[in-house]
Ligand binder design. Structure first.
Ligand code: FEO
Length: 176
């Protein structure tokens, strides 16, 4: 079992991951309504990935014989003034998630809970990727500015993104 303290913090993290999923689903719906199916697709893939993150944490707690306590998911915004703004919100949010993951690692470390620390390393690496991706979108959108053809081309490109289900089993390998 993991400690009650870590159990509670991971339950909070499950909620944070599900809130992330809800945020990205809302962004997907917003950009679908704006006639940008590629961006909508990109955020929908992100939505699925966040659900997988929640499941990965949940399966870990179950494997350890800990209790899952699902909490209410708070409301999310439903519109953004621009693509750039949405990705700035995304980057800011991912930085918050990174700090939450770091806090989980700190708890595991302070308790000499090496199994949990090992499980959490996957999320540490994932957060590096999440922040890099959001930053690269911001950089691309700043370059494009208000060039409609640039936005059109980027939308086409993002429409190609495919969801690859994550291995959410409790083994710490097999991360894709
Ligand atoms: Fe679950 Fe976007 O990190």
């Amino acid at each position: 079992m993991v400690s009650r303290k870590l159990e509670s913090a991971i339950n909070d993290q499950i909620n944070a991951e599900l809130w992330s999923a809800y945020l990205y689903l809302s962004m997907s719906a917003h950009f679908a309504n704006k006639g940008l199916p590629g961006f909508a697709n990109w955020f929908k893939v992100q939505f699925h990935e966040e659900q997988d993150h929640a499941l990965k944490f949940m399966n870990y707690l179950i494997s350890k014989g800990n209790k899952i306590e699902l909490q209410p998911i708070k409301e999310v915004d439903t519109s953004w003034n621009s693509l750039l703004k949405a990705f700035e919100v995304t980057l800011h949010h991912e930085r918050v998630v990174t700090s939450l993951i770091n806090e989980l690692v700190s708890i595991a470390r302070s308790e000499n809970d090496y199994a949990s620390e090992n499980m959490l390393q996957w999320f540490v690496s994932e957060q590096v990727e999440e922040e890099e991706t959001a930053q690269s979108m911001i950089d691309a959108l700043k370059l494009i500015g208000d060039n409609g053809f640039g936005v059109y081309t980027m939308d086409k490109e993002l429409g190609q993104r495919k969801y690859t289900p994550l291995n959410t089993s409790t083994t710490t390998s097999g991360s894709e």
